[in-house]
Ligand binder design. Structure first.
Ligand code: OAD
Length: 253
């Protein structure tokens, strides 16, 4: 444990003086809420399950009850979890920077529950369902007997979680907002993401090429400071509160 991690002074200055900060989060920030990441070699979701069985439109059409039940379990775990110190620090950061855009690949709503507003959900959310055939969000799903997916009140078709599966495109408005926020920021933070899934993975590089400072905060990077690219090795729940407090000593985090 590193309760007071050493932070690069250049990063603290960049945060304090930034007019626009964009943050991209991944499963690592929710790991400290007790939710599994995707690619951890022992308990990562994709180490234990095959994405092609659960996270594609074809998998859902082949076995809707199995896929629905699997995501219902994931949602139950997310709903039972509490936001982590990292989620809370990002909610606090909103009160200090003139413009903060929070982009997340997570589908667990923990940023919103920590108090963040205007969260851009690049991979959708487990909090909504949409009609598989009509491709529209449905507010009043019709429950069915048993464990299967609910039905669309209009067409009677299957409802699915409103998330992005493999082989699917990201929601267009969210992707556009993310790309603009990457291009327009002075500082971009990538927190708790392996940066292997496109197009989210390219966002830090887009920010860098538009002149922003970029910091990667992750458990598995080697600590080294090479502005404008800062690599910070550690837990999101320790690094983020420390960073906010270093920039604004009176911040409530
Ligand atoms: P991954 O599981 O690929 O990566 C999680 C990252 O978080 C890893 O690099 C870990 O080292 C790091 N990490 C773990 N615990 C941490 C902690 N306490 N503090 C900081 N870092 C920590 O998850 P994502 O990058 O979010 O997509 O995965 C991207 C997408 O792949 C997901 O949104 C999901 C998945 O397939 C869809 O479902 C569409």
């Amino acid at each position: 444990m590193h309760p007071n991690p050493t932070l690069p002074p250049g990063l603290i200055d960049a945060l304090r003086s930034a007019r626009a900060v964009t943050v991209l989060t991944g499963a690592g920030i929710s790991a400290e809420s007790g939710l599994p990441t995707f690619r951890d070699p022992t308990d990562g979701i994709w180490s234990r399950f095959r994405p092609q069985d659960l996270a594609t439109p074809a998998a859902f059409r082949a076995n809707p009850a199995l896929v629905w039940a699997w995501y219902a379990e994931l949602k139950a775990r997310a709903d039972a979890a509490e936001p982590s110190a990292g989620h809370r620090a990002l909610a606090a950061l909103e009160r200090h920077v003139p413009r903060l855009t929070l982009l997340t690949q997570n589908i667990d709503s923990l940023h919103q529950r920590a108090g963040s507003t205007g969260v851009v959900e690049l991979h959708g959310t487990l909090a909504r369902v949409r009609c598989l055939d009509e491709d529209v969000v449905v507010e009043d799903p019709v429950p069915v007997d048993g464990d299967g997916p609910p039905c669309c009140p209009r067409c009677g078709g299957l409802l699915r979680p409103d998330i992005v599966w493999f082989e699917e495109l990201l929601p267009e408005a969210a992707l556009r907002a993310a790309q603009s926020a990457a291009e327009a920021c002075d500082l971009f933070l990538a927190v708790g993401t392996s940066l292997v899934v496109e197009p989210a993975a390219s966002l830090p590089y887009r920010a860098l090429s538009h002149g922003a400072s970029v910091a990667i905060l992750n458990l598995d990077v080697t600590e080294r400071v090479t502005p404008p690219l800062f690599l910070l090795h550690g837990r999101a729940g320790e690094l983020l509160p420390a960073l906010v407090r270093a920039a604004w000593p009176n911040a409530e985090v």
